[in-house]
Design a protein around this ligand. Structure first.
Ligand code: MN
Length: 442
């Protein structure tokens, strides 16, 4: 048995136990989880790339639609009803080369309706998945909040198998990031965001569907758009570049960002980038179980205030004023990070208990989605950034706080865009493991 197969075995055994106790708690006799249905565009026969229901993916590394998984407390093996129709338009999904099916009682079906018939009586069963109407027709309780809250609370904790998958997703993404770094270094008078994207895929090698999200690759001022998706082919005078791109491994997401500046870029931009890198590493070093994510976010703003004061982007105030007057928000308008797993923005960042209660919004940072103390075996991203975003800065030019900003310097920096550095971090009891830097030391 390979290392991963052994870890998967333990992962499934752990799920069997966790589900038994959660289903007993919620007084259900069982649960049916669907793999999900593809999204078809309006008035079209084209589908979006398929993402399985994350609750299904938590059990099965299979990314095709319509399968049903049935779990009953006390059963050693869950039943997997695997839908594989006779088809010649599309290749039917197959388990012929899957090494994980021994942990399930597998029933193959060719017919949509046969799927449910295989499951027998489903009295007092819950259903988890997008086909809620189908489930209600069969008297199942569709997506009950109390059950979903307990499942999410557990899903935020990663098993050793899941950590290994996240690590392998990072290893794969690292190949792309290294290729992109070299390709950008080779750009002289012109650069191409598309060429960087293709270099990333080629290095994997990966196809678009092996990415955990659409790649964000911005040269110069475009790097200041947080989610910039265009892929320009001819960009004059490339000076800076931000790449935020991940990879999938058995359904688990890497989410990694790096920023590069040419020697010829603005010296203050380069100084800020160096400063941001040490801030990011310091924040990573503060990650451990029981650390409050909200406090980390606030500490990030204080450190960025210090840096911006030191390089002269902000002036005439101290770091506390810079944070409390929301000056730093204009340079960092997103949160410090998020939960990571099967979903890029994984579950339970606000959730404070298994019942599903949420932490109240913070007064200073009301839109933050990751708020609570961290737990051992959660995986999070730490991704501070500093951006020169014209639409945010323009609102400050005539505000009362305008004299805290060094507008001459800011106007020089706007053409260089923005920067972000993002690693994936496993939270441990008194420490942490950086799943990214071991593969991307830069
Ligand atoms: Mn991220």
């Amino acid at each position: 048995m390979t290392d991963l197969a052994k870890l998967f075995n333990e992962h499934v055994q752990q799920r069997v136990q966790t589900y038994s106790s959660i289903l007993n708690d919620c007084q259900f006799d069982g649960v049916v989880i669907s793999a999900g249905v593809p999204h078809v565009y309006f008035e079209d026969d084209q589908e979006a790339a398929f993402h399985p229901n994350p609750h299904f993916a938590h059990w099965c590394p299979e990314s095709s639609p319509y399968h049903l998984l049935c779990i009953k407390p006390g059963d050693k093996k869950p039943t997997l009803v695997f839908y594989s129709p006779d088809d010649y338009w599309h290749e039917p999904p197959s388990l012929a080369h899957s090494d994980w099916t021994g942990h399930f009682h597998v029933v193959m079906v060719k017919d949509m309706d046969q799927r449910w018939q295989q499951l027998g009586s489903l009295s007092n069963f819950a259903f988890v998945g997008p086909e809620a109407d189908e489930a209600r027709k069969r008297q199942l309780i569709a997506n009950p909040r109390n059950l979903l809250a307990r499942l999410d609370w557990q899903r935020a904790l990663k098993s050793p198998y899941e950590v290994r998958c996240l690590e392998l997703a990072n290893a794969l993404a690292a190949k792309g990031h290294k290729a992109v770094k070299d390709t950008f270094a080779g750009f002289k008078q012109t650069g191409s965001e598309l060429a960087l994207h293709l270099a990333y895929l080629q290095a994997g090698p990966m196809s678009e569907t092996d990415l955990s999200y659409n790649s964000i690759i911005g040269i110069n001022e475009k790097s200041a758009f947080l989610h910039y998706h265009a892929k320009r082919q001819h960009v004059a005078n490339p000076q800076t570049m931000l790449i935020d791109c991940g990879a999938l491994y058995r359904g688990y997401c890497a989410d990694i960002t790096r920023t590069f500046a040419k020697d010829s870029a603005h010296p203050v931009f380069k100084e800020i980038l160096k400063g941001l890198d040490s801030i990011q590493l310091k924040l990573v070093d503060a990650v451990k179980a029981d650390a409050s994510f909200l406090s980390l976010h606030k500490s990030c703003h204080e450190q960025i205030a210090e840096l911006l004061l030191q390089v002269g982007v902000l002036k005439s105030c101290d770091k506390h004023t810079a944070v409390s007057q929301n000056l730093t928000f204009n340079f960092l308008p997103h949160g410090l990070g998020h939960m990571l797993g099967i979903q890029v923005h994984d579950v339970a960042g606000k959730q404070i208990n298994e019942r599903g209660d949420e932490a109240p919004p913070d007064q200073e940072f009301p839109r933050l989605r990751t708020l609570r103390p961290l737990r051992s075996n959660e995986v999070i991203t730490i991704e501070p950034g500093i951006y020169f975003i014209p639409t945010l800065l323009d609102k400050c030019r005539n505000a009362d706080s305008s004299n805290y900003f060094n507008w001459r310097l800011i106007d020089e920096l706007i053409p260089f865009g923005g920067m972000r550095i993002e690693d994936n971090i496993l939270v441990l009891k008194d420490s942490r493991e950086n799943l990214t830097r071991k593969f991307i030391p830069f």
